[in-house]
Design a protein around this ligand. Structure first.
Ligand code: ADP
Length: 492
């Protein structure tokens, strides 16, 4: 039998401790499944001020205090608190890296009010990356694999290959770097590079520099032993063009042989209407008719009138350009001429807050917008909507369209990245949703019209719902693919 691997998963967000997007879902679910596959997995993340000590059951690790971590010419103390992911029966341990100066604030990356990036994000995540090594040494635990996720952890592979390359403690440690979103790169001015204390020659084209700046994401791509991203289609896309590669397409292409697309799985203990404790009426494929009670509850909550014959279109999203809101803006008035209602849950860029606030004022019977982050409402929208709209400009994987399938909430998506990999177009027969290819308002509108037309045939619609509900995107097969990648680079 092969020996179990020791894996440390590093992430800047882990559900339920801190979350802004899908990264948090993945960082919580994957380790639990790997553990059930008999691997030794632990998680490390920053201890943000928003994490409630009592609610999250954090406890001190007495041995792991006052660990000195250099950032530029200053040493900062790191200490570690610990907790567990609650709903696993074989619990996964989570370490929280604590330093009040860097993480004792409530936002993860941006100031909650101004929505501006914290000006010291370079130092915060240099500190996090460096502290990982110093903490592991103090702990006496050298993982076989450090699994890094997205730009906040991008410097870790660079440190391992340079600063710690002669350290016998990490002799057998390898890194895997997962790109959840190529457009968020963690770029900082050249002057930030000195704070990393990486060897000077690394600030170069074949190192951590891109377009004259320090680029954390690039550091991960260049120095990790293996790279993954969250769908096969997106793995191709990021190597193929500036549009998807956001300037790093050539770097990604250079490492194509080490790049694997692995679709995110779904944690069906949390996202399944048969067991979901956050929705008022549970249902499954056999009791599909009870879904409408959730629709009533949703509309009631959002102060919209209920009519079974009027399809409700749901949106749950970060309000960012990536998600296709400019297309929605373009066609909103035309869309409102259709017999539909629109329920939006989201937070992000001000221009999109304005867009939906205005729409809700203009169409008070048809549009409701909750411009905030609320997990309970996200579940109710999945359960209570008839359709789910996700016309993304690009989408590495996307989770909500896959949740929607299980909730019988038919997705309307643009054929890009993970949306293209997970949704099959309904064209007369078969399929699980509605897809369009060209990023154009007219195409989006036509596709919504197609969906609304299909909804009128309730028998056909139920077939479509059931086709989606029957799909299985559980983590098991994706976790095995990660394991395969780990094994391909591990020394064991
Ligand atoms: P991304 O990671 O690009 O934001 P995903 O579709 O992969 O997109 O994941 C988004 C996750 O964040 C989902 O679990 C979704 O339910 C959740 N989410 C996004 N916005 C909100 C919000 N305003 N309130 C509650 N949950 C949200």
């Amino acid at each position: 039998m092969t020996k179990p691997l020791n894996v440390l998963l590093l992430s800047s967000e882990v559900d339920p401790f801190a979350k802004t997007g899908g990264l948090a879902d993945v960082s919580a679910a994957l380790p639990q499944v790997l553990k059930s596959l008999e691997q030794e997995v632990r998680i490390m993340m920053p201890r943000y001020g928003s994490i409630n000590e009592r609610k999250s059951k954090l406890h001190e690790m007495i041995r792991l205090k006052d660990i000195e971590v250099p950032v530029g010419s200053t040493f900062y103390p790191a200490s570690v608190k610990s907790s567990f992911l609650a709903n696993a029966h074989d619990k996964v341990q989570v370490y929280f890296v604590d330093n009040h100066h860097f993480f004792g604030r409530s936002g993860l990356y941006v100031h909650p009010e101004t929505k501006k990036d914290y000006p010291d994000n370079d130092e915060r995540f240099i500190f996090f990356a460096r502290s990982v090594f110093e903490i592991l040494k103090r702990m006496g635990w050298a993982p076989d694999i450090i699994h890094c996720n997205d730009w906040p952890t991008g410097l870790v592979p660079a440190y391992l290959k340079t600063t710690y390359s002669d350290d016998p403690f990490f002799r057998d440690t390898k890194t895997v770097f997962t790109i959840h979103n190529m457009a968020y790169q963690g770029t900082f001015p050249r002057t930030s590079f000195a704070k990393t204390l990486l060897p000077r020659e690394l600030f170069a084209d074949d190192g951590v520099e891109a377009f004259g700046k320090l680029n954390f994401l690039k550091a991960g791509i260049v120095f990790a032993d293996a790279i993954t991203t969250v769908s096969e289609k997106y793995a191709e896309e990021i190597c193929s063009s500036e549009e998807y590669g956001s300037g790093l397409q050539d770097i990604a292409r250079k490492r194509k042989a080490d790049l694997t697309g692995i679709l995110n799985g779904i944690d069906y203990t949390r996202w399944d209407p048969a067991v979901d404790e956050l929705i008022p009426h549970r249902y499954d494929i056999r009791t599909i008719d009870q879904k409408v009670d959730n629709k009533k509850a949703l509309l009631d909550k959002m102060h919209l009138p209920f009519d079974e014959r009027v399809p409700v279109i749901g949106i749950i999203s970060r309000l960012a350009d990536q998600k296709g809101f400019d297309l929605i803006d373009e066609v909103l008035d035309e869309m409102m001429k259709l017999n539909v209602q629109l329920v939006v849950l989201g937070t992000g860029e001000k221009k999109y807050h304005d867009l939906f606030e205005k729409a809700a004022r203009r169409y008070p019977e048809k549009v409701a917008a909750a411009l905030l982050f609320n997990n309970d409402l996200a579940h109710l929208i999945e359960a209570g909507s008839d359709m789910f709209l996700m016309p993304s400009r690009y989408e590495p994987c996307g989770l909500n369209q896959i949740y929607s399938l299980r909730y019988g909430t038919v997705p309307i998506v643009r054929a890009t990245g993970g949306l293209d990999d997970t949704i099959e177009d309904q064209n007369g027969s078969g399929g699980t949703g509605f897809k369009f290819t060209n990023y154009k308002g007219s195409e989006l509108l036509k596709t919504i019209q197609r969906a609304v037309h299909a909804f009128a045939d309730q028998n056909g619609w139920k077939k479509l719902m059931k086709a989606g509900m029957g799909k299985d995107y559980s983590w098991e097969s994706s976790a095995k693919k990660y394991l395969h990648v780990y094994r391909s680079v591990a020394k064991k």
